[in-house]
Write a protein that binds this ligand. Structure first.
Ligand SMILES: [Zn+2]
Ligand SMILES: [Zn+2]
Length: 346
């Protein structure tokens, strides 16, 4: 039996390198050889034991690039040697939301590198062919690993009521906030304001096309919007952080009737001013993951140079240096210096 190396999260902050059999693809599955894998915020939560749904043992990694190694008997869309990536969710196809195309909300979903399916911190992984997407050869493994987070950004914008020419604020200029801002720019936002407490991140998104960047430590965004924007202020506010301070900022900055899209993952309970939500008819929408259409758009946008993901890949490690890679991802100083995505390569 052929074996492979996998790096399993066995406990909080504890990885173990294991030699295991290469998984066999089932009839509707694809076996993928991993080229590169990114570290996501959710991976860091899993690693530090702060993810509400992820429990070791599990092989992490869902932002990845790979090459088809083998396909199951019913899979005709892919062949060995093709470059691919995949969505995270394998879903039941039977529940209410699955039947209506909102399969990211499946009642019985399994999630690559999170729940029920081992992820890309292994030489090979197996995933449902339904969720696999071919990628053009002009994309580097690093760029392909950014398709997943970019799809999150596309989904948030497409789920919102954004209309070309609207004004928008993006809270948080980390990877998801940066990409959400870039998608809004591409979609024809009129005035794009991005806020973050890290100046290096603001400088980057400013270069990439944000009209105004604000650091809430120095400038109160709600006040700035009141003084500098027209009566419509912000049509939409994307909270790509999701903590008490950012939700407060979103609610306080909103005019009456503004839509707030919650992209960041908040803690279970957040005390915020719900009286404003009611009194101002604020629309608060949660945005989770993505569906296939978002992947199609994300792959196209990267391969055609419409979105800049290269500037976001600031730290690349060998997969053998996974400990250093996770340490870097968790290093707050690296973030302050403008560090964004940490990737590991095979
Ligand atoms: Zn992710
Ligand atoms: Zn389902």
């Amino acid at each position: 039996m052929k074996t492979m190396k996998q790096i399993q999260l066995t406990d909080v902050r504890k990885f173990e390198v294991q030699e295991v059999p290469i998984p066999e693809p089932g009839p509707n599955e694809v076996l993928i050889k991993v080229e590169a894998v990114g570290i996501c915020g959710s991976d860091m939560h899993s690693y530090t034991g702060h993810h509400p749904f992820v429990h070791p043992p599990i092989v992490l990694g869902h932002e990845y690039s790979g090459i088809v190694e083998a396909v199951g008997e019913n899979v005709h869309r892919f062949q060995k040697g093709q470059r691919v990536t995949s969505e995270i969710a394998v879903t039941c196809g039977q529940c209410y939301n699955c039947k209506r195309g909102r399969y990211q909300l499946c009642e019985r979903g399994k999630y690559l590198g999170n729940v029920g399916i081992d992820g890309a911190m292994a030489e090979f992984l197996v995933i449902d062919a339904e969720r696999v997407h071919a990628v053009p050869d002009n994309m580097t493994p690093e760029q392909v690993s950014m398709v997943e987070p970019l799809a999150v950004a596309f989904h948030a914008v497409r789920l919102s009521n954004f209309k070309v020419g609207d004004t928008a604020m993006v809270i948080g200029a980390g990877v998801i906030g940066n990409l959400t801002a870039q998608v809004l720019k591409m979609a024809g936002v009129r005035t794009l304001v991005v806020t973050d407490v890290v100046d290096a991140r603001l400088e980057l998104i400013k270069k990439q096309g944000a009209d105004v960047v604000l650091n809430p430590i120095k400038t109160d965004p709600a006040e700035w919007v009141r003084e500098n924007m027209g009566p419509e202020k912000m049509d939409l506010i994307f909270d790509c952080v999701g903590n008490e301070a950012t939700l407060d900022q979103a609610i306080n900055t909103a005019r009456k009737g503004t839509e707030i899209i919650l992209v960041g993952v908040p803690p279970v309970r957040v005390p915020v001013n719900m009286a404003f939500v009611q009194d101002r008819e604020l629309i608060v929408v949660g945005s989770l993951q993505y569906v296939a259409e978002d992947y199609v758009r994300a792959i196209h946008a990267i391969s055609h140079g419409r979105v800049d993901v290269d500037s976001l890949i600031t730290d690349v490690f060998s997969i053998n240096d996974y400990e250093q890679a996770y340490a870097a991802a968790l290093d707050k100083d690296r973030m302050t210096r403008g560090g964004m995505k940490v990737l590991m390569e095979y």
